[in-house]
Design a protein around this ligand. Structure first.
Ligand code: G1P
Length: 292
């Protein structure tokens, strides 16, 4: 079975929900605690040893490139000052082999993925949407690792889902389930953002996917609807052909494309932080008292 070697991170959204910060700072550079969201996502790929990451950015995102590149003046300074811990933190930003591709026309998720086509061609690829941070701890398996295992076992494309109820169903892509075995679902239909009544199941698609080698060519054949090419259209074809699997992810998920989700991510990761976790917990207890 073909091993997964490539990953695409579409991160070209303009982030208008976060204006004014996103006027000059690209959305993927928004920081949760002290790290930009895009670095958390690249780090998820360490669990499957993927080295080739293609980040699809909007024009004017060169600061993301700088984040993953060298800053000799900073490096020299940290070394001269013998700041060992900071040297490690800085080094961790440039261990990835990242290719940047600019998406000049915002033409949908499939349009963004197609920008990465010259670097992926007919190889399978992991796809990680930049607005979501996933967190696995203890004996939870990182979501992308589970997807990669299922892909490498079956050769089929596989997507991650979570259980969602009520009105929240209409915020996500939704899957119809043909059968399920050992936590792996065979998907037979897809509905993008259905109303509660139209939903096929309680399984909502989250932004982690592993796509087989034929998907890139399939994307090229999709007809745009309005200005956008919908990735969901490709998932639908795969589902109808019995070539799409899904699994419910383990761990926590933060939607950092949303203000409340962004705050939650900061608070939760602050609580887990060795540096400020205890103080954050203390602060939250005091705050809860005040809000009573
Ligand atoms: C995209 C996908 C949708 C998925 C969601 C996960 O939607 O089209 O199927 O459920 O990501 O975040 P978007 O949030 O970009 O509208």
């Amino acid at each position: 079975m073909m091993k997964l070697k490539k990953a695409i991170i579409p991160a070209a959204g303009l982030g208008t929900r976060f204006l004014p910060i996103t006027k000059a700072v690209p959305k993927p550079m928004l920081s949760v605690l002290d790290k930009p969201t895009i670095q958390y996502i690249a780090e998820e790929l360490e669990s499957i040893g993927i080295e080739d990451i293609i980040i699809v950015v909007s024009p004017g995102s060169d600061v993301i490139e700088r984040h993953f590149g060298r800053n000799s003046a900073l490096e020299e300074r940290l070394i001269a000052d013998k700041k060992e811990k900071l040297i490690e933190i800085e080094k961790a930003t440039r261990k990835f082999n990242v290719t940047f591709v600019t998406q000049y026309v915002p033409n949908g998720l499939a349009g963004a993925i197609l920008c990465a086509e010259p670097y992926v061609k007919d190889q399978p690829f992991a796809l990680l949407l930049g607005d979501e941070l996933l967190y696995a701890e203890g004996n939870q398996k990182p979501c992308i690792k589970r997807l990669a295992e299922i892909f490498e076992d079956t050769g089929k494309s596989v997507i991650a889902t979570m259980e969602v109820f009520g009105d929240d169903l209409s915020k996500y892509g939704n899957i119809g389930i043909e059968s399920e075995e050992d936590g792996v679902m065979q998907v037979n239909a897809i509905k993008e953002k259905p109303s509660v009544n139209e939903a096929l199941s309680n399984n909502a698609i989250i932004g982690r996917y592993v796509m087989s080698g034929k998907v890139m060519a399939m994307l090229k054949t999709l007809q745009p609807k309005g200005n956008e090419i919908y990735f969901t259209d490709a998932l639908e074809i795969l589902a109808k052909n019995g070539e799409l699997l899904a699994t419910c992810f383990e761990g926590e998920r933060f939607d950092v494309g949303d203000k409340l989700g962004y705050i939650k991510a900061n608070v939760e990761l602050a609580l887990k932080s060795a540096e400020i976790g205890d103080d954050t917990a203390q602060f939250i207890k005091e705050l809860a008292e005040r809000l009573k």
